[in-house]
Design a protein around this ligand. Structure first.
Ligand code: PNS
Length: 162
């Protein structure tokens, strides 16, 4: 029986912190499904389809990584995949409260599903999709913060050449 971990998130866009979490998770899970929340937001840079496409591109060489979308409750999606583990990245203390609330709510909804927290490499500890977008929008360098294909897509969105 293969161990499936669900890594849900907004991924707007995927950062090196996210890719690091996926790589680490592959040590514990046979399959990692990166599940993009299907919720188009006004302030988002990429549509859910574009985000999923970029993630697929980044993990094209890794057959154990699957990319999918989900709507509605995360726990329902996790069950639909026959999984019992949710993977989340934890950076600093400020992430804890949000993650704690979500985990306990999910546990209340589905006591059989557990959330596993992973920590990124220290070099990726401060990276957040929101700040990467802000830096890119304001003309700063984002080299090394997001995968190359993501950086290219961001600059294309912003109508700039790298
Ligand atoms: O990358 P993010 O934005 O921190 O990811 C948040 C996400 C997608 C994991 C969370 O918003 C979520 O699970 N949404 C689905 C709705 C849901 O299940 N809500 C109940 C738990 S609070």
């Amino acid at each position: 029986m293969s161990r499936v971990g669900i890594y849900p998130g907004s991924f707007d866009p995927l950062t090196m912190g996210h890719t690091n979490i996926v790589e680490r998770s592959l040590r514990f899970f046979d399959v990692v499904i990166v599940a993009v929340l299907n919720h188009p937001e006004k302030r988002a840079m990429f549509t859910p389809e574009e985000r999923a496409g970029l993630i697929r591109n980044c993990f094209a060489e890794e057959p154990r990584v699957q990319v999918d979308h989900f709507d509605g409750l995360l726990v329902d999606y996790v069950r639909s995949k026959g999984a019992t583990a949710v993977i989340r990245g934890l950076r600093a203390v400020q992430d804890f409260e949000y993650e704690f609330q979500m985990t306990m709510m999910n546990r209340r909804l589905a006591p059989d599903i557990d959330t596993v927290f992973m920590m990124t490499d220290e070099e990726h500890f401060y990276i957040a999709s929101r700040t990467v977008k802000e830096v890119a929008r304001l003309g700063g360098t984002i080299d090394g913060l997001v995968p190359e294909v993501v950086a290219d897509a961001m600059f294309q969105k912003l109508g700039r050449v790298r």
